[in-house]
Design a protein around this ligand. Structure first.
Ligand code: XMP
Length: 183
């Protein structure tokens, strides 16, 4: 699999270090909020590995919610618009909600999930993404917690896929262009 990469962008050591720091930033923000209830809403499938590592750095009681969104990339690297595939599986009314996603790219996925959650009237609504491509998402779709700002290249690994492959790569890398069926 590593041979399919143009280069590694973020090593597993860099990712682990930053995820630890993000956990500390999040823990600081939610200090004292535990009594109101905190729910981490994970956007599947891309954030699967990130959230599993992140929650082990969060020293408070929490619930985990899941929501599945398709950005219709399939065998392309272009988003054809985001659509809810599986709705949220928990109640979040009156709770502090932290959305966790793998990457903030055009912002279509995050906008959809934020709108879906806002109707449930959570006590607060924040977002944490591991990666962000700066300048691509509109100003009203932003994340409070960001792991890394990256260049505008299609990346895979650590949960991020191309046509459902490469999620199990421990590092994050840029996919070589000859591996894109259609771009
Ligand atoms: P948007 O454009 O809606 O993208 O902000 C969010 C979702 O699209 C996927 N995505 C990517 N997946 N490499 C990937 O493997 C990328 O560079 C990439 N950009 C966006 C991802 O599922 C994300 O949640």
């Amino acid at each position: 699999m590593e041979g399919d990469l143009e280069r590694i962008l973020l090593s597993r050591q860099q990712i682990a270090g930053r995820v630890h720091e993000l956990g500390q930033e999040i823990a600081q923000t939610y200090k004292g909020g535990e009594s109101d209830g905190i729910t981490l809403v994970t956007i599947l499938s891309g954030a699967l590995i990130f959230v599993a590592d992140l929650i082990r750095h969060l020293p408070f009681r929490m619930k985990i919610g899941l929501i599945t969104v398709s950005s219709y990339r399939g065998a392309t690297t272009q988003s054809k618009g985001s659509q809810l595939q599986q709705d949220l599986n928990v109640q979040v009314t009156g709770r502090h909600v932290l959305i966790v996603d793998d990457i903030l790219d055009t912002g279509g996925t995050l906008r959809l999930v934020r709108e879906r959650l806002a109707v449930c009237q959570p006590k607060s609504l924040r977002t944490c993404v591991l990666l962000r491509k700066p300048g691509k998402a509109p100003p009203d779709v932003q994340a409070e917690f960001v792991g890394f700002d990256i260049e505008d290249k299609f990346v895979v690994g650590y949960g991020l896929d191309y046509n459902d492959h490469y999620r199990n790569l421990p590092d994050i890398g840029i996919l070589r262009r000859e591996f894109y069926a259609i771009t």
